[in-house]
Design a protein around this ligand. Structure first.
Ligand code: CMC
Length: 429
């Protein structure tokens, strides 16, 4: 009769072990009993990059990378992108259910009324060099928020936790916009509580001397949808950073700073910036074949292509491609879209990409839209960080409430020298 177990024979000793299988996994700790002698530490699994290791149980986001499916709390990303708003989606991620009307009103009210940052934070931002990358400013200032809200360290108090969640979702756009204004030498534009989450962000970014910033509803909605698409993506690099730092019971501000730092890298949230730089470097359609050849020779990567989980078209990229046309009707067509479309067409017909199942990911088209909307390339990973904050916080809260979780502390395979005696400087060759 079929059993949900795995039988392992250790050929070093001839012993056999039966290990339970649950949810398609075995517990790595069940391997520890497999030993050749009493002194043996026990068998471990080796998994650089966590290629085949489930780090947690989660009820937040589901991805089927083979079929290109993405669900937040069970709801398809396509439906949320069409019908929801970013703040409603953030609520869904954090609380597990769509809010009722009054829950949504409270939630939006509380986030709207926590957008202002302490005036001293502006002094930190002022201290940065004029050409400081806004992602560096964001990482530093979100960490600095920890010092303004010392109660945040009471992570097991649900009320305290909720307040920090409001604050973080509310203040990330303010920090981001202030970082941008600093880089162009413009006075900071304060939050406007009459506006929506993304409308207010556009206001803080682009307001000039007018008394009231007039938000373009098409751009406001496009940004809201882009934020929905970026809100969570289960155990990616930055979310893992959030969980690892959170597992030491650090407060959510420093954990968010760590997550944002992880997001900054070009293989993760920095990819949208890298895509734009790549498209600008290619410059025209006739130069695409030569660029593809360079990618195939391993000299560079096709940024915005490939994904650890998606081995088919990233469903977010499909939605973003549609939004692009709506945005271009307002802003004018970004000529880089034609290079991107042609690059995608050529790549998807090329054996190198077909065999490795490399498809456009979320970042391939997002930067082109952001650029058309007036965001400089340096702001692209910052936009990703604002949106992903909801997901990081949902994952952080799930971790805090998960009684199975312990401080994250992986093992290693030590490959260095054995014990040896210190050699005095004079005696060294
Ligand atoms: N261009 C060219 N070749 C690629 C690319 C690419 N973008 N991505 C993967 N490959 C090749 C890679 O060289 C390898 O080939 P081979 O088997 O001959 O050695 C094979 O495909 C498997 O790649 P991998 O690096 O082992 O795959 P991974 O799962 O470790 O990496 C990835 C995933 C997203 C880091 C990678 O695909 C990549 O670097 N993509 C470009 C950066 C990018 O767009 N990142 C955004 C990811 S989506 C948003 C986010 O999560 O932030």
């Amino acid at each position: 009769m079929a059993k949900d177990t795995l039988t392992i024979t250790d050929n070093r000793t001839g012993r056999t072990y039966e290990i339970p299988i649950q949810h398609g996994t075995i517990r790595a700790m069940d391997l520890r009993q497999i030993r050749v002698s009493d002194e043996d530490f026990g068998l471990m699994s080796y998994d650089p990059g966590f290629m085949n290791t489930a780090f947690c149980k989660s009820q937040i986001t589901y991805i089927d990378g083979e079929r290109g499916i993405l669900l937040y709390r069970g709801y398809p990303i396509e439906q949320l992108a069409e019908k929801s708003t970013y703040l409603e989606t953030a609520y869904l991620l954090i609380f597990g259910e769509l809010p009722t009307r009054s829950q949504l009103e409270d939630w939006v009210y509380n986030i709207t009324h926590h957008t202002i940052i302490h005036e001293n934070i502006k002094k930190f931002i002022d201290g940065f060099h004029y050409d400081a990358h806004p992602m560096g400013i964001l990482v530093s200032t979100v960490a600095a928020l920890s010092t303004f809200y010392p109660e945040a360290k009471n992570i097991f108090d649900p009320e305290v936790r909720l307040k920090q969640i409001w604050r973080l979702i509310a203040k990330m756009p303010t920090l981001a916009a202030f970082a941008y204004r600093h880089s162009i030498g413009m006075p900071y534009a304060y939050p406007d509580n009459d506006l929506s989450y993304t409308g207010n962000f556009l206001n803080m970014m682009f307001k000039k001397t007018e008394l009231k910033y007039k938000v373009n509803p098409v751009l406001e909605r496009a940004l809201d949808v882009l934020f929905i698409l970026h809100a969570d993506h289960e155990q990616n690099c930055s979310t893992t950073a959030m969980r690892v730092v959170g597992s030491s019971h650090a407060d959510p501000y420093v954990a968010t700073a760590a997550a944002a730092a992880a997001l900054y890298g070009p293989l993760h949230g920095g990819a949208n910036e890298a895509v734009l730089r790549m498209l600008m470097e290619i410059g025209s359609k006739d130069r695409i074949p030569a660029y593809i050849e360079r990618v195939k020779r391993g000299e560079t990567r096709l940024m915005g292509f490939g994904h650890r989980v998606y081995k088919s078209y990233d469903p977010r990229a499909r939605i973003i491609k549609q939004i692009a046309n709506e945005v271009f009707e307002v802003t004018g067509r970004n000529p880089l879209i034609d290079i991107a479309l042609e690059l995608e067409r050529i790549a998807l017909e090329d054996d190198y990409f077909v065999q490795r199942r490399l498809y456009p990911n979320v970042d391939f088209y997002s930067g082109i839209i952001y650029q058309a909307m007036g965001f400089p390339v340096e702001m692209f990973p910052v936009l990703f960080a604002i949106a992903r904050t909801a997901g990081w916080l949902a994952q952080w809260q799930e971790l805090i409430l998960d009684t199975e979780q312990r401080i994250a502390r992986p093992r290693q395979i030590y490959m260095g020298p054995g014990r040896r005696d210190y050699v005095p400087l004079e005696a060294r060759g």
